[in-house]
Design a protein around this ligand. Structure first.
Ligand SMILES: [Zn+2]
Ligand SMILES: [Zn+2]
Length: 227
């Protein structure tokens, strides 16, 4: 709940006239996705590298990741860490409740000796009770909740790993999507022919440890970037 509230209330990095100058000095322009001197027509401000105008919030956001409808806020430089931790704790919570529910059902099965339970059919023969069928008929809501929780857990785990991958490789979801949808044809290799596509695709990466540090402690203008 703490990480969720932080995601909802923390300023993701709104760019205003007052702080525009500061954000302009944080990241260099890669000349592939972000070009120098591009003006946001709505905010009428020069776009800093890695920023994007959010159509929902109607502001430009520093190190824009995406607009999350779940937390009703943009995910940007200053709340990415909370979003990542929120996803991870939510996955852990879903797994925890699923394990507790399985434990409860298992306890019930062992207590009632359901494994060896049988019923007599119309012809008088003893038939073994289908365990899952029995549990579903007896506790439909609990079994349905367990199935839903397992599905939710896998979904959240996948999404958590995706955002962890983005954090480790120093990409935003916006940049990842742009690279994915435009492919290499979007890369303008002529002025940057010396650089391989790999280095272009990892333009902002500074190594795993530093990339993670950047998520936890976003870069400010005065910090030495080490590049
Ligand atoms: Zn804007
Ligand atoms: Zn937004």
């Amino acid at each position: 709940m703490y990480f969720f509230s932080q995601c909802c209330t923390k300023d993701p990095g709104t760019i205003t006239k007052l702080n525009n100058e500061v954000f302009l000095g944080v990241y260099p322009y890669d000349q592939v996705m972000f070009y120098q001197g591009v003006l946001c027509p709505t905010c009428v401000l020069v776009k800093p590298a890695r920023s994007k105008h959010c159509r929902v919030c109607n502001v430009c956001v520093h190190r824009f990741d995406h607009h999350c409808v779940w937390v009703n806020n943009c995910i940007g430089a200053f709340n990415t860490k909370y979003f990542l931790l929120y996803l991870m704790t939510l996955s852990a919570m879903a797994a925890d409740i699923a394990v507790l529910t399985i434990g409860l059902l298992l306890h019930l099965v062992l207590q009632s000796n359901l494994m060896s339970a049988a019923y007599v059919d119309e012809e008088g023969h003893q038939q073994p009770v289908g365990l899952f069928f029995y549990l579903f008929l007896t506790f439909p809501r609990i079994v349905f909740m367990l199935g839903f929780l397992m599905f939710l857990f896998l979904l959240l785990l996948g999404y958590s790993f995706f955002h962890l991958y983005l954090a480790v490789t120093n990409q935003t979801a916006n940049e990842w999507y742009k690279r994915k949808s435009h492919g290499c044809q979007h890369c303008n290799p002529s002025p940057l022919q010396q650089q391989s596509h790999t280095s272009l695709h990892n333009f902002y990466s500074r190594g795993t440890f530093r990339n993670l540090k950047e998520i936890l402690k976003p870069i400010t203008k005065n910090e030495k970037k080490g590049r």
